[in-house]
Design a protein around this ligand. Structure first.
Ligand SMILES: Cc1cc2nc3c(=O)[nH]c(=O)nc-3n(C[C@H](O)[C@H](O)[C@H](O)COP(=O)(O)OP(=O)(O)OC[C@H]3O[C@@H](n4cnc5c(N)ncnc54)[C@H](O)[C@@H]3O)c2cc1C
Length: 402
């Protein structure tokens, strides 16, 4: 093979996590040869550009978990890197609002986790202070979280890609990994007739990470189940009802945060997303059920167990996703002035949510090593916030294997 096909590390997936792995490697080992491949014709075309754009504070995660640690580190770095590259980002702060007595203990637990995660400026406030910060929001108590904010994640990914190329990293788009074979000392990755050799292959394929792991011969406990997140936007005259970020207290049974309000870096206000089972992994509009994607989900033992456990709430999410009126009702619990007419259709994202064989939705980030390969098998939200820290964590593993 000629030199353009031989590398030390091949990263599959040019989303924020794959790009962050490459950046961390490039900056920690001089002379290292890295290629990042992605099947799309540009970087960050999936989760990294179809998300809420929120820099999460780290409030929600179990103290000591990878999510908690990497979110705290990553949050600081996202703000720093955005400032360095001139990418829009802002530490706007957010309110997590309890609207019912039954949510107060969960709100206290969030406060405890936030303090354990070292969040500064965390404050428990009452109805009058909620109105001072968000005059159109309502609730019986709230947690004020100053370190949360928003960032232009796709803009950051594009800058990272440009910087990587100036550092000599080969970023190859329109390169779709179709097979992985293990040679005596190297791994061969192919895209049809085109082949790349590398000492280490890092799988950051997001919604396809389980398939890439299977190509590498990894018998993982984990299967990706795609969950669609649909957003509405507030019309311009209703956008004034929201200053920054307004969240409900999440339902502890689910790894999703509930319908919330996000004032994004461009000033628009999004409502959502919901979480419904997706009929295809990477389709955003005019979705036609993908028989292969659906069949794989339904065939997995984990999904069948999940469906048994959450059947009723799963169905109610499906109803909400089709009914704007029900969606508005949900939003009105936090901001009562929202009406059906305040909402216009917004974006769509599809989450790569890992599910274990026993049907449990996997909560923490999962990164596994097998032979000469590393697999990022679960990196849902706050994966964008934590991406730079995840990249450094994976790069450390890769360096040990070179
Ligand atoms: C609706 C939604 C809302 C979210 N909100 C937030 C938020 O507010 N804050 C936050 O921190 N996080 C949020 N997240 C999570 C965050 O977006 C993800 O954790 C993060 O983007 C994951 O990055 P990634 O690089 O792993 O995946 P991706 O960005 O999906 O990248 C994976 C890449 O792999 C490529 N690929 C796949 N298969 C192949 C193959 N065979 N060959 C070559 N390339 C391949 C894909 O084309 C893709 O570019 C949200 C996610 C969603 C979906």
């Amino acid at each position: 093979m000629n030199d353009e096909r031989v590398f030390d590390v091949c990263v599959v997936g040019a989303g924020l996590i794959g790009l962050s792995v490459a950046l961390a490697l490039s900056r920690s080992m001089s002379g290292i040869r890295i290629v990042v491949v992605d099947k799309e014709d540009g970087v960050a075309r999936h989760q990294s550009s179809h998300n809420s754009g929120v820099v999460h504070s780290g409030l929600y995660y179990r103290p000591g978990s990878l999510k908690s640690r990497l979110c705290a580190e990553g949050r600081r770095e996202i703000y720093e890197m955005c400032a360095e590259y001139g990418v829009p980002a802002s530490r706007t702060g957010k309110l997590v609002i309890a609207t019912r007595e039954s949510e107060l203990s969960a709100l206290s637990e969030l406060e405890r986790r936030g303090r354990a995660a070292g969040l500064t400026g965390l404050e428990r406030i009452g109805p009058a202070e909620i109105r001072e910060r968000e005059p159109h929001a309502t609730g019986i108590a709230a947690l004020q979280v100053p370190e949360a904010g928003v960032a232009d994640f796709p803009g950051l990914a594009r800058e990272m890609s440009a910087v990587l190329q100036t550092e000599g990293v080969d970023v190859r788009t329109a390169w779709s990994l179709s097979s992985i074979t293990h040679g005596p000392s190297r791994i061969v990755a192919t895209n049809g007739d085109d082949a790349i050799e590398a000492s280490v292959l890092v799988n950051c394929a997001g919604l396809h990470s389980d398939r890439v792991a299977a190509m590498a011969g990894v018998d993982s406990d984990i299967k990706i189940v795609p969950f669609r997140g649909e957003y509405y936007r507030l019309k311009d005259d209703a956008a004034r009802l929201v200053n920054a970020l307004i969240y409900p207290v999440p339902d502890p049974r689910f790894p999703f945060l509930g319908v919330h309000f996000t004032r994004r870096v461009d000033g628009s206000v999004e409502v959502g997303p919901n979480a419904v089972l997706a009929l295809a992994r990477e389709q955003y509009r005019n979705v036609r059920p993908n028989v292969h994607d659906m069949g794989e989900v339904i065939a997995s033992r984990g999904f069948r167990r999940l469906a048994l456990r959450h059947g009723v709430s799963g169905v109610s999410e499906l109803v909400r996703s089709r009914s704007k009126r029900l969606y508005a009702r949900q939003a009105r619990r936090l901001v009562p002035a929202i009406t059906h007419d305040s909402l216009i259709q917004g974006g769509v994202g599809v989450r790569a949510q890992a599910i274990a064989r026993d049907g449990a939705l996997v909560d923490d980030f999962v990164i596994e090593r097998a032979g000469g390969t590393i697999h990022v098998l679960n990196a849902p939200s706050p994966g964008a916030t934590a991406s730079i820290a995840i990249g450094r964590h994976v790069a450390r593993m890769a360096r040990e294997m070179l």
